[in-house]
Design a binder for this molecule. Structure first.
Ligand SMILES: [Fe+2]
Length: 175
């Protein structure tokens, strides 16, 4: 696989008739996943299953997330009870609230324009090709701007552990 991630870009187009998003997944990623033409990739929407039933993860996340599992316990092309790996998408202009989880988390960010904060770090842009590693229980939040956020996402272990919201005083301003 091409290792210089900073030169891999995804393009996002909107079909003017259906308003659906079309994302071109770079060939290098397709090859790495061992996908092929006509392969069906099942997109899943997380309806809050990673969170406690009563948690207030918010409609931005609930209505704006999608994922595919290449490796995983339920939908993976390859089954693993522990390791989850796939693509993760957030729609434009949404705020994904501060949260943490026991699973260590790795993102390879494929798109431009998403900001992150880690605890009290303040908001910071992450370039396309950047790698974001969240160690267990590290607080993180995301603010997606006009471009959707598309990433390769991985939880290598403790992947059935729950996500826990970490309330912050500025949430109402960010919705
Ligand atoms: Fe996370």
């Amino acid at each position: 696989m091409k290792k210089n991630f900073d030169q891999i870009y995804s393009t996002v187009e909107i079909d003017p008739v259906t308003d659906r998003y079309h994302i071109t997944i770079p060939e290098e990623i397709i090859n790495e996943f061992d996908w092929y033409e006509d392969l069906v990739v099942k997109w899943n929407v997380d309806n809050g299953s990673f969170y406690n039933k009563n948690s207030d993860v918010g409609n931005d996340y609930l209505n704006g997330n999608m994922n595919t599992e290449l490796i995983g316990p339920r939908f993976g092309h390859f089954k693993s009870e522990e390791l989850r790996l796939g693509l993760f998408l957030l729609e434009p202009n949404i705020f994904y609230k501060d949260h943490k989880h026991e699973a260590p988390e790795l993102y390879i960010n494929l798109t431009n324009g998403t900001e992150w904060r880690f605890g009290n770090s303040g908001w910071q842009f992450q370039e396309p090709g950047s790698i974001i590693y969240n160690e267990p229980f590290k607080e993180h939040a995301m603010r997606v701007n006009e471009n959707p956020f598309l990433s390769i996402w991985c939880w290598p272990k403790n992947s059935s552990s729950e996500c826990i919201l970490v309330p912050r005083s500025d949430w109402s301003n960010l919705k």
